[in-house]
Design a protein around this ligand. Structure first.
Ligand SMILES: *Cc1c(COP(=O)(O)O)cnc(C)c1O
Length: 221
C-alpha cells in the first residue's frame, strides 16, 4: 500500500470528530508530500532539529505538532511556527514556551503529558504534579500559551485490557480537570491518545486526537 492508500484506510477507520496527526518522524520530505497531496495537513514530529529543517522545505499551510520530549533550551526553535506541543511535563517548560511564544507574538497550544503507562521509561506528570501545575498562581500570567488538554502514551503491550485501562484513566483525569478548572481553562477540550497499535481502543475511550505514524508511512528503520 502506498501512503495515500494507507491514509485513506486510517481516515475511514476514525470518526470525523477525531483529528489525525500524521507522525512523519524519520520520513523524507518527499514522503511527507505524498501525504500532503492526499489532503493531510497536520503532521507530528518528535525531534526539534529534524522538524525545523523539514519545515522549511514543505508547504507553509502545514500545521506542525511537536510530540516528543522537549528540552527548555530548544523551545525557541519551535516557537515561531509550531501549532501544538503535545508533551509538556513541567511548569518550567510551560514558562519557557510562554516566553518564546510572546517573543514571536504568538500563542502556542499545549497539552500536558500524563504518565499513564506501567513502564518507568515514559515521560509525563503524575496526577499530583498535574494538579500542582493547575493550582499554581503563575499559570494565570502565562498569556501566550493555551492549555488545550492532556496527552498520554499507553504501555507497549499486546494486552488490550491494560491499554484500555490506561486510556480510561486519562479520560477520567481529563474530565476531572474540565469540571474543576473550566473557568481558568475554557479551551480544555483535547485528549491526545492513540498510535498505530492502539488508536482503535483510544477512540473507544474518548480520544480526540490520534498520533499515527507507521500505519500511514510504513515501519521506521
Ligand atoms: C512515534 C510516535 C507516535 C507514532 O507511532 P506509530 O506507532 O508509528 O503510530 C505517536 N506518538 C508519539 C509520541 C511518538 O513518538
Amino acid at each position: 500500500m502506498n501512503v495515500s492508500e494507507s491514509l485513506e484506510n486510517i481516515r475511514s477507520a476514525i470518526p470525523k470528530s477525531v483529528r489525525l496527526i500524521a507522525v512523519s518522524k524519520t520520513k523524507s520530505v518527499e514522503t511527507i508530500m505524498e501525504a500532503y497531496d492526499a489532503g493531510q495537513k497536520v503532521f507530528g514530529e518528535n525531534k526539534v532539529q529534524e522538524l525545523a529543517s523539514k519545515k522549511d522545505l514543505l508547504p507553509e499551510d502545514i500545521e506542525w505538532h511537536y510530540i516528543g520530549h522537549l528540552q527548555t533550551n530548544k523551545v525557541k526553535y519551535l516557537a515561531p511556527f509550531v501549532d501544538m506541543i503535545h508533551a509538556v511535563d513541567s511548569m518550567k517548560l510551560l514558562k519557557e514556551i510562554n516566553k518564546q511564544a510572546l517573543k514571536n507574538s504568538r500563542t502556542v497550544n499545549c497539552l500536558l503529558q500524563i504518565h499513564i503507562a506501567e513502564e518507568d521509561s515514559k515521560f509525563g506528570l503524575s496526577e499530583g504534579e498535574l494538579f500542582s501545575i493547575l493550582e499554581s498562581e503563575d499559570l494565570n500570567e502565562l498569556r501566550n500559551i493555551n492549555i488545550k488538554g492532556l496527552m498520554g502514551m499507553a504501555t507497549l503491550t499486546y494486552n488490550d485490557e491494560q491499554i484500555r485501562k490506561e486510556f480510561r484513566y486519562l479520560k477520567g483525569l481529563f474530565e476531572k480537570v474540565q469540571s474543576r478548572y473550566s473557568t481558568i481553562l475554557p479551551g480544555f477540550t483535547e485528549i491526545s491518545m492513540g498510535m498505530s497499535g492502539d488508536y482503535e481502543i483510544a477512540i473507544e475511550e474518548g480520544s480526540t486526537m490520534v498520533r499515527i505514524g507507521s500505519s500511514i508511512f510504513g515501519a521506521r528503520h
